[in-house]
Design a protein around this ligand. Structure first.
Ligand code: NDP
Ligand code: 2IT
Length: 447
């Protein structure tokens, strides 16, 4: 029986042990699918069942979150925290509040996070959490009560040296503030390092809000540089219009790219003159509104309810909304329309079939765990800043972020070449991310 069969049988066993969690299965296939050449070269990893161990979370926490709305009606939601792997540092990863959240989503995100955090080389383990709570249409008071109820259970599981949450879909600085406040109230400790993404006035990094989107643009810039190209003059699509999308648009524009479309879960806005970022920020950050309103402010722009952003011709596609937003058909369309690079701002935005199609067509694919690692890397910088009880200027953090993204790009490229998959950043990211964790797990003994 060859090693590649071992990889397949490991995936099958994970799927059997975790029924009804298709997103987790997909993430495991996407990551473990790259490991055959590694296991070939490192029989000790096979012997010690490191892959099997890494696919099983250290700990999974599920809990009830009961809260009452402004009318006094009681609601019951479910809270999650999956502490996946701590070989390299405290568990680190965001919290997602979205009605689609269930254990399978949290596990896929937590699993990907292990390898992403390893790639940053900043000493952070992997975890993720969240709730099926839907913040849309809720008042500030309701969001506050939900966050307080959520933290009333979660507080006992987290800590600056144990597990450090941050934001993700539906969780931004407002929610982090309410959760940090409740943690402080319960524990009577101002423990800055227990959360990242805090407000800049009370321990937050000045560049954490921008970091994921900026880092994505830096990573794409590096990929294009290898091909003797740049973002200058390139037509770009950015899906979503949340935290990652907004700052990806900003940095891509600064680097000379032309972003012609963005979206939300209701529809797409197309502006052939280039998306006006101030309008998007006013609508999304200021008013928590819908992207449809963009077309009210700019009469020449076109809003399409529903629709498919990937049908619009582009050179560079930046999925920044959610998982599985680019399927095989979308990938085919993008390639036909001349797309040369894809930078994954969202986590697992492309299906495994879409990635295969891109790679076969020679499209440069910046996989999420590398391309969007700037967010969590800046979270690790925020932890460093908090540990030193100091505050770093924006430009200092941004320069560090640039360096980190350059390093991650180089690491992925080198690992891909070393293990026989030159140009395949996904294989490179999986292998390089895995090897650091695997070595630490071996050194720390069987667990
Ligand atoms: P936000 O909540 O700020 O924004 C999410 C955006 O994506 C919104 O425009 C939202 O539209 C859209 N979206 C979310 N879910 C869906 C869905 N099921 N279908 C269609 N559109 C959807 O989240 P972030 O910008 O923080 O996160 C976006 C992605 O980036 C996620 O995959 C996240 O895991 C990833 N990421 C985030 C990081 C961060 O630092 N925040 C770091 C690394 C990765 P609508 O308002 O209509 O729901
Ligand atoms: O997916 C991610 O990397 C995040 N949501 C950010 C995690 C973090 O701890 O900053």
């Amino acid at each position: 029986m060859g090693i590649s069969t071992d990889v397949e049988s490991i995936c099958e066993e994970v799927i059997r042990r975790n029924p009804g969690e298709p997103e987790f299965h997909q993430a495991v296939r996407e990551v473990v699918g790259s490991f055959a050449p590694v296991l070939d070269r490192h029989p000790e990893l096979v012997e010690e069942k490191v892959v099997e161990r890494i696919c099983e979370p250290d700990r999974q926490i599920l809990f009830r979150v009961a809260w009452d709305d402004d009318e006094g009606q009681v609601h019951v939601n479910r809270g999650f925290r999956v502490e996946f792997n701590s070989a390299l540092g405290p568990y680190k990863g965001g919290l997602r509040f979205h009605p689609s959240v269930y254990l399978g989503i949290v596990k896929f995100l937590g699993f990907e996070q292990i390898f992403k955090n390893s790639l940053t080389n900043l000493g952070i383990g992997g975890g993720k959490g969240g709730s099926d709570f839907d913040p849309k249409g809720r008042s500030d008071d309701e969001v506050m009560r939900f966050c307080q109820a959520f933290m009333t259970e979660l507080y006992r599981h987290i800590g600056a040296n144990t597990d450090v949450p941050a934001g993700d879909i539906g969780v931004g600085s407002r929610e982090i503030g309410y959760m940090f406040g409740q943690y402080k109230r319960i524990t009577n400790r101002f423990e800055s390092g227990v959360f990242t993404g805090k407000g800049p006035g009370w321990g937050g990094s000045l560049a954490r809000t921008e970091a994921t989107g900026y880092g994505l643009a830096y990573f794409v810039q590096e990929m294009l540089k290898v091909r003797g190209e740049s973002l200058e003059g390139k037509t770009c699509l950015v899906s979503g219009s949340g935290n990652v999308a907004v700052y990806a648009i900003q940095k891509v524009q600064e680097l000379g790219g032309k972003v012609v479309a963005c979206s939300d879960s209701d529809g797409i806005v197309y502006d052939e003159r280039g998306i006006e970022l101030d309008t998007v920020r006013r609508i999304k950050e200021g008013e928590r509104g819908r992207i449809a309103e963009y077309a009210d402010a700019h009469k020449h722009a076109r809003y399409t309810p529903g629709g498919n952003i990937w049908d619009i011709p582009c050179h560079v596609a930046l999925p920044c909304a959610t998982q599985n937003e680019i399927g095989k058909g979308d990938a085919k369309k993008l390639v036909e329309n001349g797309c040369v690079a894809v930078g994954e701002g969202a986590n697992m935005p492309s299906t495994n079939e879409a990635i295969r199609l891109f790679l076969d067509a020679g499209v440069a694919v910046g996989p999420a765990k590398a391309a969007n690692a700037g967010g969590v890397a800046t979270s690790a910088l925020e932890m460093q800043q908090n540990a030193g009880r100091t505050a770093w200027p924006f430009e200092y953090v941004d320069e560090k972020l640039r360096e980190i993204m350059r390093d991650i790009h180089a690491t992925c490229r080198e690992a891909a070449a070393e293990y026989g998959a030159p140009g395949n950043y996904l294989a490179g990211a999986n292998i390089a991310g895995f090897m650091r964790v695997a070595r630490a797990m071996l050194a720390q003994g069987l667990a």
